[in-house]
Design a protein around this ligand. Structure first.
Ligand SMILES: NC(=O)c1ccc[n+]([C@@H]2O[C@H](COP(=O)([O-])OP(=O)(O)OC[C@H]3O[C@@H](n4cnc5c(N)ncnc54)[C@H](OP(=O)(O)O)[C@@H]3O)[C@@H](O)[C@H]2O)c1
Length: 325
């Protein structure tokens, strides 16, 4: 495994982390094929492979994800860097403090290594949220402060709202099918030395190459996601072909190539969600080697020519929903 400094915190985190949204999520059917022993085995396998960054959130599975992660790391606390998030409706001063205390209890730890604001909330002044975050750091309950889904402007305001601490990371969607952050957020993060934690780095599984038109997972979340429309899966085909060829040439797997492309940039680390130890093993294998400049160019070219259809027609959406019932 490779490690980089998280922002300017002095803490080292693995370039490939583990996302645990999948744990405990039932609502959208995503976690239907997933159980607690699998989840614990996945987290523990990740640690064995040198993955230290484990990302969860108070909202994942209504707290279940934090509980399962806490149980899975209980005897290996020193080897992990635990990241969790405070939900958008809990950003007032008192609520941040209460949420952090609940997360600490569920995780079974004395301190959260990285506490992130899950989404910006325009109804709550960021100064209030950040004041609470700083209090948590002073009390030793939080080690680093991060945000998630923040634009450059929101990030600047959040930084200004802090008096003694710095924001070390911004967790945002970044993958070969969604490169929006390259316009302004990524250059800003590079300049400010703020780590970008890339979520959905495998585009919810599309960049593993296992899904194709007519072969889509049955969970509601992905069924209603326009990225999983037959048209978009067809359009992603060209990029997947390039990833497949490179993977074959280099003796790697498709998701490893897709993740390696992300972590080519020192400011970026990725937190693929894995449901089973085999998936985490594959994902960990994205680190420890480098794509060549030619390969990066080839991937860049194929990914830039991916133009997704943006809206699925309501009729097709309705049909899909009906099929689920
Ligand atoms: N901050 C935020 O707002 C936010 C939002 C979304 C996610 N996140 C975080 O980011 C993490 C990852 O994002 P994500 O779960 O949306 O998407 P992702 O990591 O791009 O995709 C995860 C899915 O891909 C499949 N997969 C993963 N590794 C695989 C492998 N090696 N081989 C084959 N299939 C594999 C699994 O699903 P199947 O086996 O079902 O295909 C898994 O559920 C989450 O767990 C969460 O921690 C944060």
């Amino acid at each position: 495994m490779e490690y980089v400094e998280l922002g300017k915190s002095g803490f080292k985190v693995s370039v490939i982390g583990l996302g645990t949204w999948q744990i405990g999520t039932r609502l959208w059917g995503w976690g239907k094929d997933y159980n607690e022993p699998d989840a614990v085995a996945t987290v523990r396998r990740a640690i064995e492979l040198g993955i230290n960054l484990i990302d969860t959130a108070e909202v994942y599975g209504g707290g279940r994800s934090e509980e399962v992660v806490g149980r899975a790391v209980a005897d290996r606390r020193d080897e992990v860097f635990l990241a969790t998030k405070v939900w958008i409706s809990n950003l007032s001063y008192e609520r941040v403090i209460k949420s952090a205390e609940r997360s600490l209890r569920r995780l079974g730890v004395d301190a959260i290594d990285l506490y992130q604001v899950h989404w910006p909330n325009p109804l709550v002044p960021i100064e209030q949220t950040m004041r609470a975050m700083e209090r948590l750091v002073k009390e030793g309950k939080v080690r680093c402060i991060g945000v998630s889904n923040f634009s450059v402007e929101q990030l600047k305001r959040a930084q200004e709202a802090l008096s003694s601490e710095e924001i070390v990371s911004n967790q945002v969607e970044y993958n070969l099918l969604n490169r929006k952050i390259e316009r302004d957020l990524l250059p800003y993060a590079r300049k400010e030395k703020i780590t970008i934690i890339a979520y959905s780095p495998l585009a919810k599984g599309i960049l593993t190459g296992k899904y194709a038109p007519g072969n889509v997972p049955r969970d509601l979340l992905r069924r209603v996601d326009v990225l999983f429309s037959s048209e978009n899966l067809k359009r992603a085909g060209k990029l997947l072909e390039v990833l497949r060829n490179i993977a074959e040439r280099r003796g790697k797997r498709i998701p490893q190539v897709a993740l390696n492309w992300l972590i080519r940039e020192p400011t970026v680390i990725a937190i693929p969600g894995a449901k089973r130890p085999e998936q985490v093993e594959t994902n960990a294998g994205a680190a420890g080697w480098r794509l060549t400049d030619e390969e990066i160019m080839e991937i860049d070219h194929a990914s830039s020519s991916f133009k997704p259809e943006r809206v699925r027609s309501y009729a097709s959406l309705l049909l899909r929903l009906l099929k689920l019932w």
